[in-house]
Design a protein around this ligand. Structure first.
Ligand SMILES: [Zn+2]
Length: 379
């Protein structure tokens, strides 16, 4: 990526509106049975997840309980792995999700182009340009393709926003999930409802405290070159203040600042806050549509909050800058699955299982990091 594109990234940030075999899994003592334990034979796909994707047997059981079978998990995880294996020129491309789109999403993109308000000749050349780019994936992609991707991707976002989500104007990942992530984390670590509520009631404030450029820059971190975004430093800044107050015995100010700190951490647990700087500058429609989907399924529907409230695991935080960057790097590759599924099915992605799996995965990890951050202030 060249200098002018890095400059563009920074400028556009400002413009963003916005392992085999038999494993004891279940202990069952049933009347009349001889054995007190059952063994569960892993399927081939489950073994693959363990051996090649760092899944544990517990992880597989966890996601099975949420309704995800191993094949569903593998679909998204293999895409994550694939993205990580791609040449830098692809990983760093604007609208990377368009490049890694499966045939279903490719078809949908071509169909959306037909709906653009441009001449038939332009539509034809855009469709030919995309088909040519896909035919050269991944080794034939060069930075010279970036302008085509930017142009078509930008128009695509605008088109989808106008056609499907015109009435969805505000992003809602903000208030409710932010408060819940840190509330449950503090309850986990300190078992103190007062402290948990202090943190909760301040966790959404950074979205109004930061204005102008900071409103976007501070709530974002792009973990792929060119790295950009202020979330890691913001998390660390308030985390240090929280730690000092906790040490001094001022619990109100300690947990208030923990609330602030957690906001920036949790923001990058959302893949939409880790990519698409350029993708979204024209129109952050998919971002807003996605956050509204998460919000509407927080306490109802898929009840994503239950992933947070049931979590007791922790990701140790010794350095909040590193922790925020690590969480962003964790969530970022799921950006492509979200963007692709939303693009393939703008009006029905809400019932898409891949969107639901990716969302559950990043929410679980974000919950673990929040527990780690809550522990951090008393270290
Ligand atoms: Zn934010």
């Amino acid at each position: 990526m060249n200098k002018s594109r890095m400059t563009t990234v920074l400028l556009l940030l400002a413009m963003l509106v916005l392992s085999m075999v038999f494993v004891p899994l279940v202990s069952a003592q049933e009347k009349g049975t001889v054995d007190s334990s059952k063994t569960y034979k892993l399927t081939g796909t489950e073994k693959k997840l363990i051996e090649e994707y760092n899944f544990t047997v517990e992880d597989i059981q966890y996601y099975k309980d949420l309704g995800f079978d191993a094949k569903t998990i593998l679909k998204t995880e293999s895409k994550v792995k694939y993205i990580g294996s791609l040449p830098a020129v692809v990983q760093e491309a604007p609208y990377r999700p368009m490049l890694v789109a499966d045939s279903e999403t490719q078809k949908a993109i071509l169909g959306h182009i037909d709906g653009f308000s441009v001449s038939d000749t332009e539509k034809k050349s855009m469709k030919e340009a995309m088909s040519d780019i896909w035919s050269r994936m991944p080794d034939g992609i060069t930075t010279e393709d970036y302008s085509t991707l930017e142009e078509i991707g930008g128009q695509l976002n605008s088109y989808l926003g106008d056609r499907y989500w015109k009435d969805e104007v505000t992003a809602k990942w903000t208030a409710t999930p932010h408060g819940d992530f840190i509330f449950h984390a503090v309850m986990n670590v300190y078992d103190n409802r007062y402290w948990a509520n202090y943190a909760k009631s301040y966790a959404d404030d950074p979205d109004s405290m930061d204005t102008g450029f900071a409103r976007y820059y501070n709530h974002f971190y792009h973990p792929v070159f060119p790295t950009a975004g202020g979330a890691p430093n913001q998390c660390a800044f308030y985390g240090a203040i929280a730690l000092n107050y906790y040490t001094a015995g001022d619990s109100f100010n300690a947990f208030k600042n923990l609330g602030y700190s957690s906001h920036y951490l949790s923001d990058v647990g959302n893949p939409m806050h880790t990519d698409g700087v350029i993708d979204q500058y024209l129109d952050e429609a998919p971002h807003i549509a996605y956050e509204n989907y998460v919000y509407s399924n927080w306490d109802y529907g898929y009840n994503y909050r239950s992933i947070v409230s049931s979590n007791t695991a922790s990701k140790t935080v010794t350095n909040p800058v590193t922790a925020t960057k690590n969480l962003a790097a964790y969530s970022n590759p799921y950006y492509d699955t979200l963007w692709d599924e939303i693009t393939a099915n703008p009006s029905g992605f809400g019932s898409d299982i891949d969107v639901r799996y990716a969302t559950s995965k990043v929410i679980r990890e974000t919950a673990k990091y929040n527990v780690g951050l809550a522990e951090y202030i008393s270290t």
